[in-house]
Write a protein that binds this ligand. Sequence first.
Ligand code: HEC
Ligand code: HEC
Ligand code: HEC
Length: 317
Amino acid sequence: MKKIIFSLFVALSSVTTVQAADANAGKEKAAVCSACHGPTGVSASGMFPNLAGQNDAYIIKQLTDFKSGARNDAMMAPMAANLSDEDMADLAAHFSSLPNVNEQAAASSGPAESTGSTVAASPAGNVEIVSSTPAAAIYQGDVAAGKSKSAACAACHGADGNSLAPIYPVLAGQSANYLAKQLEDFKSGDRKDPVMAGMVAGLSPEDMHDLAAYFAVQTTKAGTGETNEAGHKLYIGGDSTREIAACIACHGVTGKGVKQAGFPGLTGQSQEYLTKQLVSFRDGTRNNDNNGIMRNIAIKLSDANIEAVTQYITSLK
Ligand code: HEC
Ligand code: HEC
Ligand code: HEC
């Protein structure tokens, strides 16, 4: 009897938790998840599970286990690391409220528009507007205004964002969200670089979005480096014995990144710049990555790994 009362209590209290959760807050918090699990909880790749319509209690348990390490996955561990119990409940409420994959497929054979998520191309080019993600992830800049403001950047980054010297990163075709975040981070000091600190000091948030928009719609030049077998293996497969996540999950098959999520493209960057960033994430001198997403990976990379994977990235087209 005691046992029955106890389990009834557990059942009731978990119902209360679920009711307290806020699916709308969960929707906002899910912006980063959409890179892998899809904006509507249906994943675009067979590597990632669908979350739409999943039981909320099950989602909470999995997130708790990824956080504690009871369930081990190199990609989900950094995602869950900083989630509070409330975040998990909100995310679970959001994903469980979405129509499941079959319902979404049925709905899209009629007039589209399932959960309010739309991905539209802007007239300026290839910049996505994802209405299901929060403000920070929405592309806001004005390309023409960005072009005139970019005169100050050309000396180092090139007029079209294709830098000529290897110490200067390529900005052409980079995710607008990522570029705007870097400019904000240089200004706040979250990302430290003496040259860039001076460049951003006078920029307003609007300037940053305009500059980001301008560079995002330029065309990245293809990489011209030699490939590297060990680097290729690490890039596409990670290293499960050392819990290193595959770069491909966030930076994409051809190194173009995941624009909406602000996961940067790497294609066209020099080996020198890539190496400097990985070493800086590894020693913590670059620490502006949310949730330590890159530091958790870089800390496990040896010098030989960094040399191989950066060499491989320079061959991506
Ligand atoms: C970089 C890709 C990536 C991102 C971003 C990501 N996930 Fe995952 N997620 C995965 C992978 C891969 C798995 C499968 C892990 C495994 O097989 O052990 C997974 C599994 C899960 C599961 C377990 C599903 C099941 O049926 O077992 C949940 C729940 C989940 N993710 C929630 C989230 C949430 C919430 C976020 C955002 C805060 C998120 N994920 C962000 C890649 C990702
Ligand atoms: C004098 C040279 C110089 C000028 C001018 C300059 N930059 Fe930079 N920029 C750099 C250097 C060097 C870095 C790399 C810093 C590092 O190693 O972390 C950088 C990095 C960046 C990054 C980060 C790129 C990434 O992939 O993470 C962005 C964004 C950026 N610059 C935008 C701009 C904009 C916009 C302007 C004009 C307003 C500008 N820069 C002007 C030298 C310059
Ligand atoms: C779970 C997602 C994820 C995985 C997996 C991942 N990255 Fe990243 N990476 C990011 C994010 C997000 C950033 C940008 C952080 C920020 O906001 O500054 C980044 C930034 C970088 C940068 C700096 C880019 C620039 O322009 O300055 C390099 C280089 C990089 N990653 C290389 C790698 C390599 C190599 C691997 C595989 C060994 C890898 N990443 C795996 C998410 C990931």
